[in-house]
Design a protein around this ligand. Sequence first.
Ligand SMILES: C[S@@+](CC[C@H](N)C(=O)[O-])C[C@H]1O[C@@H](n2cnc3c(N)ncnc32)[C@H](O)[C@@H]1O
Length: 438
Amino acid sequence: MGGEKHPLEITAVIIFIHRILYLSENINMLTKEEKRVTIYDSKTKPTVPQSVRPDTPLHRLNLNWREKDLPEKERTKHVHRLHPYLGKFIPQLVEVFLRKYFTAGQTVLDPFVGSGTTLVQANEMGINSIGYDVSEFNIILCRAKTAKYDDRKVRMEVLDILEKVRRQNPLRHSQLSLWEQRQDLFSLTQSQPDNEYLQQWFAPQALNQLLAYRDLIDREGYEYCDLLQIILCRSARSARLTTHFDLDFPKRPQTTPYWCYKHARECYPTTEAYKFLERYSIDSLRRIQEFSKIRTNASVAIYHGDSRKAVNPQIDGVITSPPYVGLIDYHEQHAYAYYLLGLDDKREQEIGPAVGGSSKIAQQKYQQDIAAVFIRAAEAMPRGSRMIVVAADKNDLYGKIGAMIGVEVEAIVQRHVNRRTGRRSSEFYESVFIWRKC
Ligand SMILES: C[S@@+](CC[C@H](N)C(=O)[O-])C[C@H]1O[C@@H](n2cnc3c(N)ncnc32)[C@H](O)[C@@H]1O
């Protein structure tokens, strides 16, 4: 009798072995970064955004998606990747809260609309949307993402301008030394390079092609200028004289071959832009076509301006991710677009810019500015409606901001953010503040 096991003991051993197998299988499917973060050991599965309904309890939400739950392809689906943008939230996070708190026909406001994630997701669900941003480039990007396109006409325009640039700029040997090229190709530039920035950051042949494209947008009377400008800017971003591993924040132009960490070989700074114009034309057409299949006729209103001064029409709530204090300069991030297109520069109106730092004084100013935006938004909302604010609040600023606005804190949901882009490796958590208008 002494050696025999009780059936309950056997069941416990089986459950234990299953659990170990589940955990080890789970661990093997995690990325290197995910393995360092304990949150991914959780027994509950991450929330499937499409499964969320108005009555889904907040405590059931698990917003810690792993790479395998939400691969990059999904996070950057259709128009969400028309142009890179640092500091956006993922569409699936927006989808969860749109499904929980909004219904088709209502109106959501994003006072810091950035690259337009809220607008695109809202439109997909038949929810009207309003977006504000102080950066003009972001406004063009939002318009290009949410516009209604005539499939045949947009294809014709995108291919027409590409062909015209190709004809005007026969490709020269692309790996001449940049200094040889300057002698060789500057004479070909149709319009003079406008300023020092463009001359420093682009090889002459690349600049020549970009300027030709830009001039054609100005001259030819195309209907879909926003989309063409986005294709131009995305190509310009890739055609800058930078290393492949430092496209986000290049410090100085790279004019010589260099050891590339990304590709583990010697790489050359690029000397042409046409290949990017071609690549992104095809990619953009594919993306807008994909979105047009699910695009609804819900309205999208996009305004260029300081949301501290916004005059909002009646809205049903807010979903947004505000700028952080002292982290990103949003105009500077797309400097090439501002120089190339001669956009309106309102950088002095950015809230919490990196150049302003994150001192105590900067933090206090930030709290006042952010509160001012939400106070205006709250005036346009019915009592009981929600503001969903996504922010990494490492300086503990949002408790006071909520109090300044006078909202009730319904919940704060924490989530880990997988930093899959750039070469940053620190653990990064963000909070989703769910505020109710009293
Ligand atoms: C964190 S980003 C928003 C990203 C957005 N959720 C997305 O998915 O693309 C914050 C945005 O706030 C904008 N911003 C900063 N100060 C502003 C102001 N005073 N008025 C309006 N927008 C402002 C910045 O230009 C930036 O695009």
